[in-house]
Design a protein around this ligand. Structure first.
Ligand SMILES: Nc1ncnc2c1ncn2[C@@H]1O[C@H](COP(=O)(O)OS(=O)(=O)O)[C@@H](OP(=O)(O)O)[C@H]1O
Ligand SMILES: [Mg+2]
Ligand SMILES: [Mg+2]
Ligand SMILES: [Mg+2]
Length: 335
């Protein structure tokens, strides 16, 4: 396991925190013209572009010229002067400067449009994961991970709306070789980097009785097969209702013990998962003591560029239940 320098951790946490706070501000203020539909028919908003720009600018400022493989591309923005103004104001808010121009925005989003070299070192970024949840006013995540030689080595998940047991909302989860730590999103000390005094180590739950486990899955039935997940739960004797929550907040839920299992069951034979939808979340779960594989039990393989083309679906658990869950998944999906 490579060790990640404190400067790298600090830059990544600051980048995600800034994007989380700016997008949270934007979430309740979106109007219909703030959203467009991409060529694959999926939605993207001014906040997705702004978050990518904020994270890329912060990493560049603090770490220099790093490669970032982000979900969004400036191509979707260039002919949309109507969107650019909104993105620029959000970026200005996020990075704490004034005078962000349309050209600055295009350049900053473009910093996140690198290719994913097979054996190289690069960051992967989902500036808003769960855009549908974001637009609905529900859960979403900012997910940033570092990949070295085809393996995830560090991950940060910003979950601006995640409900905490003490009634507050918002959490920032960091997975590194030293374990998983959760920080409040709003730093009491007023800083936006790592504030070690406030970090709290997190672990997957210690549940030992499978029938009492809680499983989570996507809100969107088009992203995860919710019919087979019910059959799998029944087979495992699980009676609790599924915890349906948007985005990589599902990984956060498993990492900190709000749920014991995350099932992402393919809905289409031709859908291939993207690295930015899983890298940060899966690493945080593993650092918190959990296990993550695809539905057939294979480790997620980040050595194929932008796509997890060697995998289908995802199963994440507290580790203790993993084999039994995979057996049930295999039986129900007829693998
Ligand atoms: N068919 C299909 N199967 C699996 N996954 C898909 C599919 N289509 C889209 N996506 C990706 O799902 C990402 C959102 O993840 P979730 O389903 O967990 O969240 S949500 O319930 O949609 O909010 C979403 O990420 P964002 O685009 O960042 O929101 C997509 O990359
Ligand atoms: Mg998207
Ligand atoms: Mg995503
Ligand atoms: Mg996204």
């Amino acid at each position: 396991m490579s060790s990640i320098s404190p400067a790298t951790v600090d830059a990544a946490v600051r980048a995600v925190r800034r994007a989380a706070i700016a997008t949270r501000w934007a979430q309740g203020r979106l109007v219909s013209g703030n959203t467009l539909t991409k060529s694959d028919d999926s939605p993207v908003t001014v906040a997705d572009f702004a978050a990518q720009a904020i994270v890329c600018n912060t990493l560049a400022e603090e770490l220099g010229d790093v490669a970032v493989v982000g979900e969004e591309t400036p191509d979707d923005l260039v002919d949309r002067p109507d969107l650019l103004d909104g993105v620029a104001s959000l970026v200005a808010m996020g990075v704490g400067t004034s005078n962000v121009t349309a050209t600055d925005v295009i350049e900053a989003v473009g910093r996140g449009a690198s290719d994913a070299p097979r054996d190289g070192t690069y960051w992967t970024l989902d500036p808003i994961d769960g855009t549908k949840g974001f637009v609905r006013g529900d859960q979403y995540a900012i997910a940033l991970a570092l990949i070295e030689g085809g393996r995830v080595v560090f991950g940060v998940l910003g979950c601006p709306n995640l409900p905490n047991p003490d009634g507050t909302r918002g959490a920032l989860l960091v997975g590194s070789g030293e374990g998983a730590v959760m920080y409040p999103l709003d730093d009491a000390a007023g800083g936006d980097g790592v504030s070690a005094s406030e970090g709290r180590p997190i672990r997957v739950d210690a549940a030992a009785v499978l029938s009492e486990a809680r499983f989570c899955e996507s809100v969107e039935s088009g992203h995860s097969d919710q019919t087979h997940s019910v059959a799998i739960a029944q087979r495992l004797g699980i009676t609790a209702e599924p915890y349906r929550i948007d985005s990589q907040c599902k990984y956060a839920a498993v990492a900190r013990g709000d749920a014991s299992i995350y099932l992402r069951l393919p809905t289409r034979a031709d859908y291939v998962e993207k690295i930015w939808d899983h890298a940060a979340g899966k690493f945080v779960v593993e650092c918190a003591g959990g296990v993550v594989t695809d539905v057939a039990g294979a480790p997620l393989d980040f050595s194929h560029g932008k796509l997890l083309q060697a995998n289908r679906g995802v199963v994440a658990t507290n580790g203790r239940f993993h084999e039994q869950v995979l057996d049930a998944v295999g039986a129900v999906l007829d693998l």
